[in-house]
Write a protein that binds this ligand. Structure first.
Ligand code: PMP
Length: 359
């Protein structure tokens, strides 16, 4: 069969997608993916390596990673029955869309937000009902509640704290939405450790609430690809039926358990990053940006008409940030992840240099 005809057999919705892609980079100061800038100490890696050496590689991992689910539950403040671990929270999102998306009803999302939501929804043949943020890029809860009333039964997805805006829903806003919406509410709380209201405690009271979390940010485990769902036990039991068997490899299973038990180190690192974020925010505000948006996460969004020149300048100086100017409402915007204190210091100096020379 010829190539063009073969490609024609691929689902139209998938062929119409633009690929979600980020080029690999050797840039020394990497502030473009909201990863933790801190790697794990040698002794933690040693323990994980020892486990890998001793474990037979020819055997499947556990069907349900019991110990991991227990550790995740204890870390998140839930019970193991409320947990489903996935290969990154992206995989959990996919499993949730497969289980909950009704093609007859749109999925409500709050834009600008994480681009993967729209990509997966449309790729799976669904449609999006987009609720735009307010002018200051905070959530427009009145518009959101309206969309809920107009689309009962729809799945609603909101990232809180949201990326790339950094804004978060308060507890009362989350409760208001849960009170009006007659459908599932998925709160993506990938950045929960850095700020905003953590909604895990509401999962028992609201069985239509689902919360996803990740090891890719505060837990400094982006390379493990480990995320998890917290929901009510009855709903999670159903969703578990559609997850792929053995979706967590044995290394990630073991390493994630190990990391989740190092609470003090995680807390200390989160404290450092939040202090650094606030310091960077004050500095950004002192520079001639059009707007610096307050953030509850480990990154800051800025707007400047010199967005592209600034991005190129930083890149030449070995600092990689994320150009998000193609997102809805984000013309001329860059998203800057918070790095180590030393990297943030270099960033501040380079920003000073840029604004003192560029007219
Ligand atoms: N949710 C949000 C809001 C994100 O910004 C990201 C990645 N940057 C993810 C989920 C993906 O998380 P994971 O690495 O666990 O797939």
């Amino acid at each position: 069969m010829e190539k063009e005809r073969t490609l024609g057999l691929i689902n139209r919705a998938v062929r119409d997608l633009d690929a979600y892609h980020l080029a690999p980079s050797e840039t020394p100061i990497k502030l473009n993916q909201n990863e933790s800038p801190f790697d794990w100490p040698e002794e933690v890696k040693e323990e994980a390596a020892r486990f890998c050496r001793e474990r037979p590689w020819n055997r499947y991992p556990d069907f349900i990673p019991k110990r991991l689910h227990e550790d995740l539950a204890s870390y998140a403040g839930a019970t193991p029955e409320q947990i489903l671990a996935g290969n990154g929270s992206n995989e959990v999102l996919l499993v949730l869309l497969v289980s909950l998306m009704n093609r007859a009803a749109p999925v409500i999302i709050c834009e600008p937000t994480f681009a993967v939501y729209r990509m997966l929804i449309t790729g799976l043949g669904g449609t999006v009902e987009s609720v735009l943020s307010a002018d200051d890029l905070t959530f427009d809860t009145a518009a959101l509640k309206n969309a809920c009333r107009n689309n009962p039964g729809s799945l609603l997805i909101a990232a809180s704290p949201n990326s790339p805006t950094g804004s978060a829903l308060s507890e009362s806003q989350v409760r208001e939405v849960l009170e009006v919406h007659e459908g599932f509410v998925l709160l993506d709380q990938a950045y929960a450790e850095f700020g905003g209201f953590s909604a895990v405690c509401l999962c028992e009271a609201y069985p239509n609430l689902l919360v996803t979390r990740t090891f890719s940010k505060a837990l400094a485990g982006a390379g493990l690809r480990l995320g998890y769902l917290v929901g009510s036990p009855e709903v999670v039991r159903e969703i578990r039926k559609i997850k792929l068997p053995y979706n967590i490899n044995f290394f990630s299973e073991f390493a994630a358990s190990l990391l989740s038990r190092r609470r003090e180190l995680i807390r200390e690192r989160v404290r450092v990053l939040c202090t650094e974020r606030d310091r960077l925010y004050r500095h950004l505000q002192s520079l001639p940006f059009d707007t610096c948006y307050p953030s509850e996460a480990n990154f800051i969004l800025v707007r400047t008409s010199k967005c592209h020149t600034l991005n190129n300048f930083l890149s030449r100086e070995g600092i990689l940030v994320r150009d998000v100017s193609s997102y809805p409402l984000l013309k001329d915007c860059l998203r800057i992840s918070v790095g180590t204190p030393r990297h943030n210091e270099i960033l501040r100096k380079k920003l000073d240099e840029f604004f003192s020379t560029v007219k």
